[in-house]
Ligand binder design. Structure first.
Ligand SMILES: [Zn+2]
Length: 342
């Protein structure tokens, strides 16, 4: 079973990790006692969790049973494609991904949890096929007016990355807002807290870094143009803290400020910050140690290794997903279910 963690945890604004545990328990009791679970979270979920929730998410990640990425939806659908026997527990019917993944149309593999009287049951999600021409119309219409972006001038803000400076906001601690911003009276706003958003860089220059733990992908984070992220044993803005994912013995091999990953005009660079145990770079079968305090460009296929290779980074080839849309299903003809296929 693949679990879309963010909507489950954030159900009814509860931000309760316990819901994930309830869902897993209920599935094992009612459907499949031997079910294996894998969770996918949006990077923003972390900031909605309390201490216990964060520990639980970290535990799952470390055991190779969860990962956190900027946008969970495409990851979930790719995983479901790789595991055709798996079901997906979610609240989403992935209408915006139907064109790229036609098997979603009419699929019976998607379930939503229902909570009543302290019990969890499951309902199969209606994945009734959407007509191709209707889908195109919906995509176009939605792109024209998400959140006030209804003029060509306003839509140009989607060419940039934005950040939120509000420390109480889910996006406040992250280098970029992984969602479309809002636009009102000529001002760009954070879609979550409504505070003023600051421009970070050109979205076409945004790059994504994939984190591997023991060979398993556990995280993806975005590095926007002009942004520098430090990997090490310190928490904070513009930092990736390895203590969240490595065990104690491997954490000890990582320095406080171990490695910097930076994006300069869309090129990705790494720099060992004079770490005690060093950093390795592998490309085309050759491995070299990074020279301290020298910036080195990384290309696709390059692997950066710390902590005796347990912790690795590589550049993702994936394009930035933006301008997402949610269809309005209350407006005909989209409200009419397709009876033959439902
Ligand atoms: Zn905000």
């Amino acid at each position: 079973m693949i679990i879309d963690l963010s909507p489950i945890v954030r159900d009814d604004g509860l931000n309760d990790w316990g819901l994930v545990e309830k869902v897993i328990r209920a599935w094992r009791e009612q459907r499949d006692a031997k079910a294996v679970f894998y969770g996918v979270a949006d990077n923003s979920l972390w900031h909605c969790l309390d201490e216990a929730g964060r520990r639980a998410l970290n535990d799952l990640t470390r055991r190779g049973s969860a990962r956190s990425v900027p946008f969970a939806d495409p990851d979930i659908i790719e995983l479901a494609e790789q595991h055709p026997d798996a079901v997906v527990v979610t609240r989403d019917s992935y209408r915006d991904l139907r064109r790229d993944h036609p098997w979603l149309q009419g699929s019976d593999r998607f379930f939503s949890p229902i909570y009543s009287d302290g019990k969890v049951t499951f309902e199969r999600l209606d994945m009734a096929p959407i007509d191709e021409s209707e889908m195109s119309m919906r995509v176009e219409a939605a792109l024209l007016k998400p959140k006030g972006l209804n003029s060509p001038e306003a839509r140009r803000i989607l060419d940039s990355e934005w950040s939120c400076a509000n420390s109480d906001c889910v996006w406040g601690a992250l280098p970029v807002i992984d969602q479309d911003p809002e636009y009102r009276d000529g001002v760009v706003l954070c879609p979550d807290c409504g505070g003023r958003a600051d421009r970070v860089g050109a979205i076409s220059h945004t790059r994504e870094v994939v984190v591997f733990l023991g060979g398993e992908e556990i995280h993806r984070f975005t590095v926007a143009d002009g942004v520098r992220i430090i990997v090490g044993r310190v928490r904070g803005a513009y930092r990736y803290d390895v203590r969240d994912v490595l065990d104690t013995s491997h954490t000890a091999l990582v320095s406080r400020d171990h490695l910097a990953v930076s994006n300069i005009n869309g090129s990705l660079f790494v720099e060992d910050l004079g770490s005690k145990n060093g950093t390795n770079l592998s490309h085309d079968g050759a491995t070299t140690a990074l020279e301290p305090n020298v910036r080195q460009r990384i290309f696709q296929g390059t692997r950066i290794s710390l902590a005796k290779g347990t912790f690795q980074l590589r550049r993702s080839g994936r394009k930035r997903v933006r301008a997402r849309w949610a269809p309005d299903l209350s407006t005909p003809p989209w409200a009419i279910p397709n009876k033959e296929q439902a």
